[in-house]
Design a protein around this ligand. Sequence first.
Ligand SMILES: [Mg+2]
Length: 262
Amino acid sequence: MKLEQYYNMNYLLENIDLWLWDWDDTLIDTRTYYGQKMKPDQILQRTDQDLDQEVPGWRYFVNLITFLVMKSKKVGIVSFGTNQIIEAYMKRMFKSENHPFSDDNILTIQRDDNYKPIEKYLKKDKNDFINTLINKYQKEPSKTILFDDAIINVIQAIKYGILAIHLPSRESEYQVNQNQLWKNPNLLFNYKTLYKSEKFIKKQIRMKQNLIKSVEHFTNRELWKQKIKKKFKNEDKQRKILGFLIISILIITIISISLFNK
Ligand SMILES: [Mg+2]
């Protein structure tokens, strides 16, 4: 862990007892689901190079988890993804049956053998999973951290008093820089993430109640923003809106000038 010298790992260890990760687009690049076979047996056959593409930060993640567990910290995965897939990846990444992840700390929605959800997950809040682990390990929400690419999960977690770091969304970057993404795993959790988020984590720890207050009205606003963003994501629509705005401004200007000249 070379980067450790650039950030204060001791500070993080003192202040965080329970370390949690989302899975989809936080650890695994979800495009893997479309290009690769995802049965547990097939996942176990992945080469290191396959993993470098599918879970780009896996080598660092394995080191970090090993280190945290050695320091008596608790770790877990909280995801709306597929338990069987995550477990197989963990077994493969840690190259051993004996690793710190199991049904106990990989919390997902339940799915059948074909990975079809057998519970309604859209209504489920990620905090339900997080809370289960907090209770199980008897840790404080304020000493728990979540890494997640979905801003909504991050906001909900902060509202509940948990520290949470938002990783950049793959989708937005994917549009810009498709080819580099495989080589440059900055978007997903990787060896730079703690270094890059240290100041935000410190700020969150300092802010405590004020942090919770600061996100009180955030969810609805953010949901609304995301909806708008999605709606107008395609360039055609953006061009139409821009055209509409320019014409509106022109019309308003013409009306104002003619009124002014009267
Ligand atoms: Mg995710």
